[in-house]
Design a protein around this ligand. Structure first.
Ligand SMILES: [Cu+2]
Length: 157
C-alpha cells in the first residue's frame, strides 16, 4: 500500500501543473533539425505564458538562439555564448507576444529552414475573455477535489 499511496501523491502534485501548462516538444518526434516545416508545426497551437518549449537534438549538431524578428528573418547568428546547447533545451514562455528561435550552426537557419516563430498568448487563467477563464478555474478545482478524495480514500485502506 505504501507504494501506491506514494504514487498517488506524486500524481496529485504533478498532474494539475500538466493540466494547466503545456510542454511542447518542438518538431514533435523530429525534434529540432533542418528541413522541417516549423511554421506548419506551430500552426494551430495555443502557446500560453507558462507553457514550455523543449528543443531536442544531438549535442553539437544544433543549438538554439532566442532572437528578435529581424535576426529571425535574416538568420544573423548571435554570439555563440548566447546559445543553448544541451540538446534538451527547455524554454519557459514567460511573457506574451512574438518569440523567435533559430539554430546558429552553419547554414541551418538560412538554408535548412531551422527557425521557429510563435505567438505567445497570456496564461489561460489570466485570459481577458471571462468565459474560458472561469471554465478553466472550475475544471481545475474539480480536478483537485477528485484527487483529494482519491488520496483520502487510499489513506483509509
Ligand atoms: Cu541546426
Amino acid at each position: 500500500m505504501a507504494f501506491s499511496k506514494q504514487f498517488l501523491i506524486i500524481v496529485a502534485v504533478v498532474l494539475p501543473s500538466i493540466a494547466l501548462a503545456t510542454e511542447y516538444r518542438v518538431g514533435d518526434t523530429a525534434g529540432w533539425t533542418i528541413k522541417f516545416d516549423y511554421a506548419n508545426w506551430a500552426k494551430g497551437k495555443d502557446f500560453r505564458v507558462g507553457d514550455k518549449l523543449v528543443f531536442t537534438y544531438p549535442v553539437g549538431a544544433h543549438n538554439v538562439f532566442k532572437v528578435n524578428g529581424t535576426t529571425f528573418k535574416d538568420c544573423t547568428i548571435p554570439p555563440l555564448n548566447e546559445a543553448l546547447t544541451t540538446g534538451n533545451d527547455v524554454i519557459t514562455l514567460a511573457t506574451p507576444g512574438n518569440k523567435w528561435y533559430i539554430c546558429g550552426v552553419g547554414q541551418h537557419c538560412a538554408v535548412g529552414g531551422q527557425k521557429l516563430s510563435i505567438t505567445v498568448l497570456p496564461a489561460g487563467l489570466e485570459a481577458p475573455a471571462p468565459a474560458p477563464s472561469s471554465a478553466n478555474g472550475v475544471a481545475a478545482s474539480g480536478f483537485l477535489v477528485l484527487i483529494a478524495s482519491i488520496i483520502s480514500f487510499v489513506a483509509t485502506i
